[in-house]
Design a protein around this ligand. Structure first.
Ligand code: HPA
Ligand SMILES: [Zn+2]
Length: 342
């Protein structure tokens, strides 16, 4: 079964907002211990509210949910719950986003946020065997000044943070707004990524490449509107971290049958599959692989390619990347049909 095959593949998660993995059950538990009220009476009520017509409707609820997180332990529990979940799905490496401004703007110290997340990641590495990188994302609906301030706040934790990203409300907040702060982050040795072309136009992807100098595009669906851009992305083997269930729930695509993933792969782009905000969009890594496999009739060879792409696009050292690529090839070779392209 496709499901078992997906489960058997080692995978890397490269597009995951840790605040988006906040399951309602844990939200109630943390709200209670922090004495914070939430406008819902039950887990079912929370889940019923997770219906979105666009990115902004989701973000409003996502930021409201994050208000419950106050203490270091909250961030630790949040991160640990995510790691325990993906360990059961054979995810071997994670490069996760956190949104410091969502918390520091409410008076929660940067230190509590990052320490809770980082300690859980370290435990995940030693107990679950999941290697990790941490990416600090700037909220693009906030000012350049606020992003610069956040970059400074992060410097005592420089060694814990591998990269800088850009997320939140895309339309009207082009990458160019953050050109200077990304240049500064680059100088300080952070790797750079940005959400672009989720709701925003192909132009925003050009800006992310040329002005921000990113090494991966998060989402990037809209690149297909621009053939020159597709050629550039293919030539550079620029990774696109694609999130199928997110695209469906935020109405970036009407139906997964129209999802551009297969088109992207056919054009030679380095596409990868991830979960974005799994607690809000109804599925973690394997559910994303399975949903898109069903909708687009992907073969086992396609799925193996996507899992390989996730390691190729990761920031693991080359030796580790190759180890995973070989492991996936050997899983494919052992399939009953040999070459699984059936
Ligand atoms: O999919 C997303 N897009 C932009 N910002 C986000 N913040 C969490 N998830 C997302
Ligand atoms: Zn995202």
């Amino acid at each position: 079964m496709l499901k078992d095959f997906i489960q058997s593949l080692p995978k890397a998660e490269l597009h995951l907002h840790i605040e988006g993995s906040f399951e309602p059950e844990l939200m109630f538990e943390i709200a209670k211990r922090n004495n914070v009220s939430i406008p819902f009476n039950s887990v079912e009520e929370v889940k019923a509210a997770y219906k979105f017509n666009n990115l902004q409707e989701f973000l409003d609820i996502y930021y409201a949910g994050a208000n419950v997180l106050i203490e270091e332990k909250d961030f630790y529990d949040l991160t640990w719950a995510y790691l325990a979940k993906v360990a059961s799905e054979n995810v071997k490496h994670v490069e996760i986003f956190f949104d410091p401004q969502t918390h520091t703007d409410r008076g929660v110290p940067f230190k509590k946020v990052i320490t809770g997340i980082y300690k859980a990641l370290e435990r995940g590495e030693s107990e679950l065997g999941i290697s990790f990188k941490l990416i600090m994302s700037f909220l693009r609906h906030l000012s350049e000044e606020s992003a610069f301030k956040t970059l400074e706040e992060a410097m005592p934790y420089r060694d814990w943070i591998s990269g800088v990203g850009l997320d939140s409300s895309e339309l009207g907040n082009p990458p160019s707004k953050f050109e200077r702060v990304f240049a500064e982050a680059n100088k300080r040795g952070f790797k750079l990524v940005a959400h672009a072309g989720e709701e925003g136009p192909a132009d925003y992807i050009w800006e992310a490449l040329d002005l921000l100098k990113v090494v991966r595009i998060d989402h990037g669906n809209r690149c297909l509107d621009d053939t020159d851009l597709v050629t550039r992305l293919a030539n550079e083997q620029m990774p696109l971290t694609i999130c199928p269930l997110s695209n469906l729930e935020l109405k970036v695509v009407k139906d997964l049958k129209n999802h551009p993933l297969k088109k992207l792969m056919n054009k030679g782009l380095l596409a990868t599959i991830h979960s974005d905000d799994p607690a809000y969009f109804g599925g973690y890594m394997n559910a994303n692989y399975l949903a898109v496999a069903d909708a687009l009739n992907l073969s086992e060879a396609d799925l193996a390619q996507l899992a390989k792409n996730s390691f190729t696009a990761s920031w693991l050292p080359d030796t580790e990347k190759h180890r995973y690529l070989e492991e996936i090839d050997s899983i494919v070779r052992k399939r009953p049909m040999g070459n699984t392209d059936v």
